[in-house]
Design a protein around this ligand. Structure first.
Ligand SMILES: *Cc1c(COP(=O)(O)O)cnc(C)c1O
Length: 406
């Protein structure tokens, strides 16, 4: 197994000449994908243990999803929301049924869904809760990741995401993640919403203490505050349930969904939840040229159909338990966290950085991504097999052994 040598591949040279360095990709140039596997321009195959940060929960080119996209490409792709189209209403019905919600506001990217939820929560605060004009506040968690737009990075505490991008949007209060008492203390009469990831993916697959989400739900209910759960990464099967909050029996008022909702084919996101909350929006107040387009809706409906059987959620639970048990037996890791088929492992810094591990994994045919220095996030597609999970962990073990030999 050999990987591309940096600087020698013409695509990497082009990227260096014309691209913008807002990413630092591994030196691998992919040209084909199938299920849990991708192939590079030299024909080398890799197990995809990142799955597009969970945008590829159903693997690369799932036949049911590509068929839906192909069929829709041949009929109607875009109308703008100035007109109805014959795919969006069915998608909204399917997503509401899948998630047990009442209304669906379609957008494109995850950050847009979060922006939309922020706008809806504020409008609900003024029009329903009766908050003084301009005073609405939203409580968020430390270590959050909700996207890259200016309002969304306004309430991040990651200096890399924020520094030099201010001035920032006001109206947000940040409290430590997993601390219900701190959250209780931050709620005021002007608080319209609490916005949280049920498990923090980008932060390294941080699972909050048991009872946390339930406590947050009780507090928000008592104070007349909306609970908005960002399930763009944790939702749609990854955590072993349709929604990660299902695992703790909590229902949020609004959910943001994205990533896997587009089946790895097109960007599709949505805010789903209570009709009386989403219903505060009036015509013309919010929208998107591409949101809810027929191609996105057709793919989104096909994604809902895949998840409707529960097969993928069950795979995530079963394969995830196997992945977790095997990772815990590896020497060289200082922490293993996870839920469903979603793990964050911290590499002993004496062995190397997360980046060192990911470079070495790629050389051995496994693609993964580090986050925050020592952590490697593993989120293979939910179509991965038991044996492929073993390939992933065996390769991880071999890399840790290589690195600790120096
Ligand atoms: C990826 C992600 C987002 C942002 O989604 P984009 O499509 O990249 O804008 C927001 N929230 C969470 C939890 C995410 O994982």
């Amino acid at each position: 197994m050999t990987a591309v040598v940096p600087g020698t591949d013409p695509q990497i040279a082009l990227a260096e000449e014309f691209g913008v360095r807002n990413y630092a990709p591994l030196p691998v140039v992919l040209s084909h994908g199938d299920g849990a596997w991708v192939t590079d321009v030299d024909g080398v195959r890799y197990l995809d243990a990142l799955a597009g940060y969970s945008a590829l929960n159903f693997g690369h080119r799932h036949p049911a999803l590509t068929a839906a996209a192909h069929a829709q490409l041949d009929t109607l792709t875009l109308t703008a929301r100035a007109f109805h189209n014959d795919r969006l209403p069915a998608f909204q019905r399917d997503l509401a049924a899948l998630t047990g919600t009442e209304a669906v506001l379609p957008m494109n990217t995850g950050a847009e869904a979060v922006e939309s939820a922020v706008k809806v929560a504020r409008a609900w605060g003024y029009r329903v809760k009766g908050v003084r004009p301009g005073a609405a506040r939203i409580v968020v968690a430390g270590g959050n990741f909700h996207g890259r737009t200016t309002t969304v990075v306004s309430f991040s505490d990651d200096p890399v995401a924020r520094d030099d991008f201010g001035p920032f949007t006001p109206g947000f209060d940040r409290v430590p993640y997993g601390d219900a008492d701190a959250l209780a203390a931050a709620l005021t009469d002007d608080t319209v919403a609490v916005l949280l990831e049920p498990v923090q993916g980008e932060a390294g697959v941080l699972v909050p203490p048991p009872g946390y989400l339930r406590a947050v739900r009780e507090l928000t209910e008592q104070r007349g505050v909306l609970l908005v759960c960002d399930e763009i990464q944790s939702g749609l099967g990854r955590a072993g349930a349709t929604l990660c909050t299902d695992l703790s029996g909590v229902r949020a008022d609004l959910y943001t969904l994205g990533k896997a909702l587009g089946g790895g084919i097109v960007p599709v996101s949505a805010v789903v939840g209570r009709r009386d909350v989403l219903g505060v929006l009036r015509p013309g107040e919010h929208g998107s040229t591409f949101g809810g387009n027929p191609l996105a809706a057709a793919v989104g409906s096909a994604v809902c159909a895949l998840l409707a059987t529960g097969e993928y959620q069950a795979r995530a639970r079963e394969l995830g338990a196997h992945l977790d048990a095997r990772l815990r037996a590896l020497p060289g890791l200082t922490a293993v966290r996870g839920v469903g088929l979603w793990s964050g492992v911290d590499v002993d810094p004496r062995i190397g950085t997360g980046r060192d591990v990911c470079v070495a994994l790629a050389r051995r045919g496994v693609l993964a991504k580090e986050t925050h220095g020592v952590t490697v996030r593993l989120s293979p597609p939910l179509v991965v097999t038991h044996d492929e999970v073993d390939v992933l962990v065996d390769t991880f073990g071999a890399v840790l052994a290589d690195l600790s030999r120096g």
